[in-house]
Design a binder for this molecule. Structure first.
Ligand code: ADP
Ligand code: ASP
Ligand code: MG
Length: 402
């Protein structure tokens, strides 16, 4: 008997009708003789709706209370799916993250899983039940509810698949798999049959919201076979696998874009050791991830430093940056939110010179100005104006014949 973890995203459980469809898929997996653990997201856009409700109270909230609120979404769908399964004659039980032994660090709203004690899940499976898990949540060392960051149900699913040594972790969503670009933006985007962990990790980190980056990290680390597929048809999806299992190295596998980008700049920063540390340590202390960093050429012993962060982190970052600006004797700060990032990803890039140049040329031909650039062995990213992002993605997608 095998063990399968299935994860159904918000759009797959948006209505009772869709929950019934999910129940059918769960039962057919079980009918094939497998034990099944199902991870669910909140129904439809419920998480966004809950955030809007909180925002009607004010702009900032105790993050502990945000987690208390947001975790309710996943509990609703877990209970409703379980009721549906039981109603259809399938023994099932729903469990919260805490009941599944999912322990996290204490960082509310973007907690990281620290360990999992799956004893309760195993007990329920041994009793022949389907276990339905509320995704996206865990418990902090103090016993408080935490959430794993937006899209975190993917991570719940892959982490459970790792600890339970599942045969496969199927991520069911509203598209047929991982595409060469976001199919909502590029109509011609095509589905990939396979993608390597490294490429998927880059794409996910660069804004391809189809998988949470942490989920891909878990998959890579614990060798979990992940399949991204549609909950609305029976077609095979995209397998996320070790690079060695790939048939060929594509030069460029996909284009990703991200509108959740804010840029912060510090002007006339003294050019001496310890300055970068002072700025970025202060941000790390409040758990803010910095993405691209650019330091301009020195003039008169002073530099400008600019960096990008997630837009969500801007309200928290600005007071920190202003404090550090005073402490280090920089002349001032500025920030911008009307930016976006477009990236190309491909394992074959390492051995093919000229890929970055082709991307820059494409943007130039479109008359799109590049504000910042960053590269790694398998990706090139450019920051451009937000209103030009869709045009940039389409032009680059067509340039690399994806
Ligand atoms: P779920 O609710 O199932 O977790 P998400 O909205 O989080 O679904 O993720 C699926 C969405 O990811 C798709 O509808 C698609 O618009 C978006 N997406 C972005 N980039 C890609 C890509 N490269 N391949 C597939 N989907 C992508
Ligand atoms: N419901 C959460 C979100 O919308 C978690 C998830 O869907 O994975 O981010
Ligand atoms: Mg998602």
């Amino acid at each position: 008997m095998g063990l399968v973890v299935q994860k159904f995203g918000g759009s797959s459980v948006a209505t009772i009708e869709k929950i019934k469809n999910v129940a059918g898929r769960v039962m057919s997996e079980r009918d094939q003789g497998n034990q099944v653990v199902v991870v669910v997201s909140a129904m439809g856009d419920l998480t966004d709706d809950l955030i809007s409700l909180a925002n009607q109270i004010g702009k900032s909230h105790p993050e502990r209370e945000m987690d208390m609120l947001l975790t309710t979404g996943e509990q609703q769908s877990a209970a409703l799916l379980t009721m549906t399964l039981v109603n259809m004659g399938c023994p099932a039980v729903s469990l919260t993250g805490w009941q599944c032994g999912i322990m996290t660090d204490p960082v509310h709203t973007k907690a990281r899983i620290a360990g999992i004690k799956p004893d309760r899940i195993k007990k329920e499976l041994e009793q022949g039940k389907v276990v339905v898990v509320a995704g996206f949540q865990g418990i902090s060392p103090d016993g408080d509810l935490t959430t794993l960051g937006r899209g975190g149900s993917d991570t719940t699913a892959v982490a459970l698949a790792a600890v339970l040594k599942a045969d496969v972790c199927d991520i069911y969503t509203d598209v047929d798999g991982v595409f060469t670009a976001d199919p909502r933006v590029v109509k011609e985007a095509s589905k990939l049959d396979m993608i390597s962990y490294d490429e998927m990790l880059e794409l996910a980190s660069l804004g391809a919201g189809v998988l949470q980056p942490r989920a891909v990290e878990f998959a890579m680390h614990y060798d979990v076979t992940v399949q991204v597929r549609s909950s609305f048809n029976l077609e095979p999806g995209t397998l996320v696998v070790e690079v060695g299992k790939m048939e060929s190295d594509r030069v460029v596998s996909g284009v990703a874009h991200d509108l959740n980008v804010a840029k912060v700049a510090l002007f006339d920063v003294p050019d001496k050791p310890g300055i970068a540390h002072a700025i970025f340590m202060a941000l790390a202390e409040v758990n803010i991830n910095v993405d691209m960093i650019v330091q301009a050429a020195m003039r008169d012993g002073r530099n400008d430093i600019a960096f990008t962060i997630s837009k969500d982190d801007l309200p928290q970052a600005l007071p920190v940056v202003e404090r550090v600006c005073r402490e280090i004797g920089a002349s001032g700060t500025a920030y911008g939110e009307d930016l976006a990032k477009v990236s190309i990803v491909g394992a074959g890039m390492m051995s093919n010179p000229g890929v970055a140049a082709a991307m820059f040329e494409t943007l130039a031909q479109e008359g799109i100005n590049i504000h910042m650039i960053s590269t790694s062995e398998i990706k090139v990213s450019c920051i451009v104006h937000a209103h030009e992002i869709e045009r940039a993605v389409r032009a680059i997608h067509s340039r690399f014949n994806l």
